[in-house]
Design a protein around this ligand. Sequence first.
Ligand code: DAH
Length: 353
Amino acid sequence: MLFPAHDGAFPISALNEQLQSLTERLTKALATATDTTTLEDVRVRFLGRSGEITLVRRSIGTLPPGERPQAGKIINAAVTGLEALVDAAARALAFRALDAELERSIDVTFPGTARATGSLHPVRRAIEDACAYFERRGFAVVTGNEIETEYFNFDALNIPPDHPAREGLDSFYLRPGLLMRTHTSPMQVRTMQAYPPPIAIVVPGKAYRRDAIDARHSPVFHQIEGLLVAPGIHLGHLKGVLTGLFRDLFGPQQAVRFRPSYFPFTEPSAEVDTTCPGCHGSGCKTCSGSGWIEIGGSGMVHPDVLREAGYDPQTVTGWAFGVGPERIAMVRHGIDDIRVLFENDPRVLAELA
Ligand code: DAH
């Protein structure tokens, strides 16, 4: 007999005491269970089929029949509480195991590693931004081949046979009549020969020249060519559109000037300069002391070029330009040496991102 009372009966108060003691012993046992196996042993010992609680249940039989339902309720309520204790202990154990695991594999005091995200190269961004400016104005973006014939690179652009650029000293010839294009301008004639007017295109791409490498020059560089041909096009349009482009790329505070110049394929011609990124106008080695750097050439398409392309200069006129994305990137980022853009040091590029 588990709960003998002096009169042989089994009072409810004794039941409560027993449950109380059982709870205390279970709590103590749970506190010493440091792994799931011992915890399970404890659970079986107290709450299992032949565990202590079952003995308590059996003792209900010794109660007067009238008290049995109440005793049953008390025991059921106690079991719910005891099970909750075991569950809580199991959860605590699981947490402790996880903590130990984390401590072993992760040093939470270790400095984090920054996630390296890529970014567009400043030259690529200059090209994309400039093209986007023209696309918003209805221009088509077209590209051409980097290997070009002498005809499209020079002849069709009104560049005379004795022009110094035609010499092998200035251009990369693959064989007579075929060279790495020295500018993107050949695409002007190629496009006009392929399509009737009106034409509104921009041509981003690489160009090649036998230039010695210095702060402003590289034998491989990019250009963006622009061409607009339609009836009634004049120099005012060119100035307006290019001024708008540089305002868009640089912001309104950056000075831009048009300087009369000469190109065989335009008449009149103008070079476009902007404040030098190296000295902001006071003169330095990047701008050879002038305070300005050239970002492109432009002009009204020469009638000979229109004619060569099969257009009638009496009915259509046009302007063209060629700008340098490297120069644009230099101005935007205050870079005073073009080589920074080709060396591709990831630390520098990350700073320019
Ligand atoms: N092709 C010239 C160069 O590479 C740049 C240029 C000047 C392009 C005037 C043009 C233009 O379309 O009209 O130096």
